[in-house]
Design a protein around this ligand. Structure first.
Ligand code: HEM
Length: 140
């Protein structure tokens, strides 16, 4: 995992007022309107929580125990919310689309690759927190 590239690229796109994650939700709800009813909180509050989660993951990239414990617990809560495995790919796609749009000409293919790897790892660690019997293969 290229921590420096993740940090540097986040520095380019981490807009004030949770602009990155607000934009992410705009893209997610446009491309995958079927997930919108799952979200009951105010989108700005949700965007602030998601931004905190993304920054925390980058801060803890070297801390395997934190990643396993915290992302496992976050995954357990997502299992309860009815979040299925294919939804993680949709979220990663929309997050990287938001990043690339905000980054503009400063965004590179290497950054897309680094974030694809990171978000895939986050999804695996969250899914590892799902109860063994949970059905995680539903449609996105
Ligand atoms: C990169 C992976 C993800 C991260 C880091 C993430 C992070 C978070 C965080 C921090 C919360 C706040 C509540 C809590 O801490 O339990 C949350 C809630 C939530 N997440 Fe995620 N999430 C991810 C993937 C997903 C996916 C794939 C979906 C499915 C569409 C999803 C749907 C939701 C919903 C529905 C809520 C509750 C919203 C509400 O109560 O209004 N998340 N997520």
């Amino acid at each position: 995992m290229d921590k420096k590239l993740l940090e540097d690229s986040l520095g380019i796109i981490d807009l004030p007022d949770d602009g990155l994650t607000v934009h992410f939700y705009d893209i997610l709800f446009e491309r995958y309107p079927q997930v919108k009813p799952m979200f009951t909180r105010d989108t700005r509050l949700q965007a602030a929580m998601l931004r905190t989660a993304v920054v925390s993951v980058v801060d803890h990239l070297d801390d395997e125990d934190w990643l396993t414990a915290d992302l496992g617990a976050l995954g357990r809560r997502h299992a309860d919310l009815g979040v299925t495995e294919p939804m993680y790919a949709a979220v990663a796609e929309c997050m990287i689309a938001a990043m690339a749009e905000i980054g503009g000409s400063r965004w590179t293919a290497d950054m897309t690759a680094a974030w694809t790897e990171a978000l895939t790892a986050v999804a695996s660690l969250m899914l590892a927190g799902y109860p063994a019997s949970e059905e995680t293969s539903g449609a996105a």
